[in-house]
Design a protein around this ligand. Structure first.
Ligand code: S3P
Length: 427
């Protein structure tokens, strides 16, 4: 268990090196693994979560070699995975367990997948029920991991998901690749669509419109070279830092700006932040751009409804931004935050209160009144990488020293985060 002590800073300047997008990295590895040939994946995230997916795939018999600027995944085809010798370990990664479950449900073998204590407490009924409706059998205790997945020939389903969750949607779409017919998922709101875009890139028969996505199976996937853009969810911490720390200018290159992920940019625009997007290009159907942000004052905003899936991972850092914004910021319809790596609404309310912010916790959100000067405090990450990073940024603005307990969990999505934070500080 490590702690990190952070001091306030005068300004932030320079280029911010970012990890590859975590969501796209998982999908690049999983889809390459069941493709028909060798795929070179560049820009892959070095995050612990992504390493979990990579290790699970190796245990399923997929050869993955390090290569110049990335990895080569030797796809085994749709029917080439092998039964793992022991339980697969997804660590802290909800994306690993939920996406791989979709693939494992269609195999001729039984496998078990589990994770760390946080993951073993997260809800899995949301994938167990649709996978069982497709014909697989999933044993669990109280719908929690470990999951023992008895693979079976799958039938397609038309699934109305009660929650907007890309992990649920992707799980079912991956299972649908193996089922004969049209598998369709409809969500209350459109969630991130990286699975659909990569499946399209690899030649699957995919349709999507609004909050509906469908795939026709069975299919085979063409091997493809995949370049992963930088992670906008990692960028978000530095976008807010650049906006809030006075006299700052930060430049973030090659950031993924897929519209299902750019809620942070829309939220910052509505708050009056000063940033620009330049040199936008599209590779593998995924848009990316350079973002330059300069400090400015911020106004309060309201975040809810269809916006929530587009900022689901950015709410911790947006809550920090809200403490410095003029007026009352309302975050609602965000009950899903209670079942992330930690109960993020509770973690945010506790830590923000410790730092002197004015915050009220609701069942499905937070109400934050600003601007309030923050004071240094001892705060806990609750072993949640995004809580640790959000409060590291809060610490830069605080009066006095801030200690983050259990600070090392940032490696789950952003190895090197603290070094970069130090590197861009100016007196
Ligand atoms: C992810 C989807 C989101 C997000 C998670 C990554 C993905 O979860 O919070 O960090 O890669 O599909 P939900 O789709 O369950 O909300």
């Amino acid at each position: 268990m490590s702690t990190k002590v952070l001091q306030p800073v005068a300004s932030l300047h320079g280029d911010v090196p970012l990890p590859g997008d975590k969501s796209i990295s998982h999908r690049a590895l999983i889809l390459s693994a069941i493709s028909d040939g060798a795929c070179r994946v560049t820009g892959l995230s070095a995050a612990q979560d992504v390493q979990r997916t990579l290790t699970c795939l190796k245990r399923l018999g997929v050869k993955i070699n390090n290569a110049k600027a990335g990895v080569i995944v030797h796809g085994v085809g749709m029917n080439g995975l092998q039964a793992p010798k022991k339980a697969l370990d997804a660590g802290n990664s909800g994306t690993t367990i939920r996406l791989l479950a979709g693939v494992l449900a269609a195999q001729k073998f039984t496998s078990t997948i589990t994770g760390d204590e946080s993951l073993r407490n997260r809800p899995m009924r949301r994938i167990i029920e649709p996978l069982e409706a497709m014909g697989a059998r999933v044993d669990s205790h109280d719908y929690k991991a470990p999951l023992t997945i008895h693979g079976a020939p799958l039938r397609p389903i038309d699934f109305a998901s009660p929650i907007a969750s890309a992990q649920v949607k992707s799980c079912i779409m991956l299972a649908g690749l193996f089922a004969r017919g049209v598998t369709r998922v409809t969500e209350p709101y459109h969630s991130r669509d990286h699975t659909e875009l990569l499946l399209q890139e690899m030649g699957a028969n995919i349709r999507s419109s609004g909050a509906m996505a469908a795939v026709v199976g069975p299919t085979k996937l063409n091997a493809s070279d995949i370049n992963v853009p930088a992670d906008i969810s990692a960028a978000a911490f530095f976008l807010v830092a650049g906006a809030l720390v006075p006299n700052s200018t930060l430049v973030l290159e090659n950031v993924g700006v897929n519209l299902s992920r750019t809620g942070i940019l829309d939220a910052l625009t509505s708050m009056g932040a000063n940033f620009q997007l330049n040199d936008q290009v599209e590779i593998n159907h995924e848009a990316r751009a350079r973002i330059t942000i300069r400090s400015s004052t911020l106004n309060a905003t309201t975040l809810g409804g269809a916006m929530i899936p587009r900022i689901i991972d950015e709410i911790p850092i947006l809550a920090v931004a809200a403490t410095q914004a003029e007026g009352i910021t309302t975050i609602k319809d965000a009950g899903e935050l209670r079942v992330k790596e930690s109960d993020r609404l509770s973690a945010l309310a506790k830590n923000l209160t410790k730092m002197g912010a004015k915050v009220r916790e609701k069942d499905d959100g937070l109400i934050i009144t600003g601007p309030t000067p923050l004071k240094g405090a001892v705060v806990d990450s609750y072993d949640d990488h995004r809580i640790a990073m959000a409060f590291s940024i809060a610490a830069l603005l605080a009066d006095g020293e801030t200690t983050i307990q259990n600070a090392e969990c940032v490696d789950v999505s952003f190895p090197g985060f603290y070094d970069i934070l130090e590197f861009i500080q100016r007196d």
